[in-house]
Design a protein. Structure first.
Length: 488
């Protein structure tokens, strides 16, 4: 049961609410029921499964157009930029100094004195930074580089509250600056977000490089957001996150969770609407073992490296509707634990580049829907789609037009596969020789005869069957040679 639900159940009891809230590490002292209800709202829009250390300064209370940041003196230099739709903005640095009347879209910076903040049990002192617009609405807020340093910079923001920035138009690069030598917020553990994205159109790289970011709540709707590229890239500590049920207007998911090495499971939105790009979506998510995918991916056409190096992923059932897929190369490369991948009829032989799609999937034993890989209109190259996959059992069958096909083992290490069928008579096999290489597979003479029977009649083409169980039986060779093929 969520924290918000738990507390709402006991909202009729002031004492119980106070006890429950303070049990979450949030001090409320004495007050009215409304005070405690406000705390419930802050928790609801705050951090799922995360509470701040008890001796951190509290930043849960903000006003409209205010940003509050808890920062540590482990870094002494901080710089920010704020864009407003009118007027100026100001900063209270939390150490008795402030900067006022700053022009919109102008960087302001500050240097702290080590040890001058509020001490905490983690061994550093902290400051609460309050950033506010003086008149208009804040439409963008970003970390920026301090001019005192000419190297990569670190902003040790521990906790952030932007819940009252309800007029933002972009969240892109909010906690990451790549305009020069890079600024990272590697210590950021949690963020209190607004309940809605409002007019935000981009969250690209919003939390890029926030190594310490833990679980927190996202708005329930993506609204007008179109770009989520790199939003959580390099968030090494992120273990799980609740996504909305729909991507809304989102088109780009490229690298959204790349290198979220602690991410264990995720349920993706059931509606993908306008999404067309999802390359490297979960690339290098080493502990990801469970992904709940939607029934349809609609317009998705690029999924290169989508699950690349997801070492712990064991089973995947891909959506049955997937638009026109042209870029699934390396999609499951390095998925060392992948045992089963069920491919959709939606592939419908529309892919021309299944390069290294299952490269390094050493544990794959069963793949349903292989016949849908490739293309019915263009000659697809299958030279490397199944590199290093020795444990697939049964018969692999493909309907695709082909320029080249290779699925082979090595001497002394035969692949387990007992049958391979290449059933499209329109394949031209215009690739380099051998155009078909099925060497060192567990194909007996009967299986080889079936494969020979599938061959189109061409000239100057080679099929390699070296090392197959039935290779020594030449009784069926005439089937292939009669179609103009050389047997190697």
């Amino acid at each position: 049961m969520s924290t918000a639900t738990e507390l709402q159940r006991i909202i009729d009891s002031k004492a119980a609410i106070k006890t429950a809230i303070e049990g979450k590490g949030i001090t409320v002292g004495t007050g009215t029921i409304d005070t405690y209800a406000a705390k419930i709202d802050e928790i609801t829009t705050g951090s799922a499964g995360w509470t701040p250390p008890a001796d951190w300064q509290d930043i849960t209370s903000t006003v409209t157009n205010e940003v509050k940041l808890l920062v540590a003196d482990t870094n002494l230099t901080y710089a920010f930029n704020v864009v407003t739709n009118s007027g100026t903005w100001s900063v209270d640095w939390g150490d008795g100094t402030s900067t006022n009347g700053i022009t919109s879209n102008t960087v302001t910076q500050h240097t702290y004195t080590r040890g001058a903040g509020v001490a905490c049990s983690r061994g550093y002192t902290t400051f609460v930074i309050s950033i506010k617009s003086d008149t208009g609405n804040v439409t963008a807020f970003n970390v920026r580089q301090h001019n005192k340093l000419t190297v990569r910079q670190q902003h040790d923001i521990l906790w952030a509250n932007i819940s009252k920035l309800t007029n933002l138009t972009t969240c892109a690069n909010m906690f990451y600056d790549a305009t020069g030598n890079d600024v990272y917020c590697t210590q950021l553990e949690s963020v209190i977000l607004p309940t809605t994205w409002g007019s935000v159109t981009s969250c690209a790289n919003m939390f890029y490089g926030c190594y310490g970011l833990h679980n927190f709540n996202l708005p329930v709707s993506w609204g007008s957001v179109t770009n989520l590229g790199g939003m959580f890239q390099l968030c090494y500590s992120l273990q799980n996150i609740n996504l909305p049920t729909s991507w809304g207007s989102v088109t780009n998911l490229a690298n959204m969770f790349t290198s979220c090495e602690s991410l264990e499971h995720i349920t993706l939105p059931s509606s993908w609407g306008l999404v067309s790009s999802a390359p490297s979506l979960f690339y290098n998510c080493h502990t990801l073992h469970n992904v709940t995918l939607p029934a349809t991916w609609g317009r998705v056409n690029s999924a290169t490296y989508m699950f690349g190096n997801c070492y712990s992923l064991q089973n995947v059932i891909l959506p049955n509707s997937w638009g026109v897929m042209v870029g699934p190369g390396f999609m499951f490369e390095g998925c060392l634990s992948l045992q089963t991948a069920i491919l959709p009829t939606a592939f419908a032989n529309t892919m021309t580049l299944p390069y290294y799609m299952f490269n390094g999937c050493n544990s794959v034993q069963y793949n349903e829907g292989m016949q849908y890989l490739g293309s019915l209109t263009q000659q697809a190259n299958f030279e490397s789609a199944f590199a290093s996959t020795q444990n697939i059992e049964g018969t692999l069958s493909f309907n695709s037009l082909m320029s080249k096909f290779r699925y082979g083992g090595t001497a002394g290490n035969l692949n387990l596969i007992t049958g391979i069928r290449l059933t499209n008579p329109g394949s031209l096999f215009a690739g380099t020789s051998p155009q078909i290489d099925v060497s060192y597979n567990n194909l007996n003479a009967a299986a080889i005869a079936l494969l020979f029977g599938d061959l189109p009649t061409l000239t100057g083409k080679t099929i390699r069957i070296t090392g197959c169980v039935g290779a020594a039986d030449t009784s069926n060779d005439a089937i292939a040679t009669g179609k103009g093929w050389t047997i190697n």
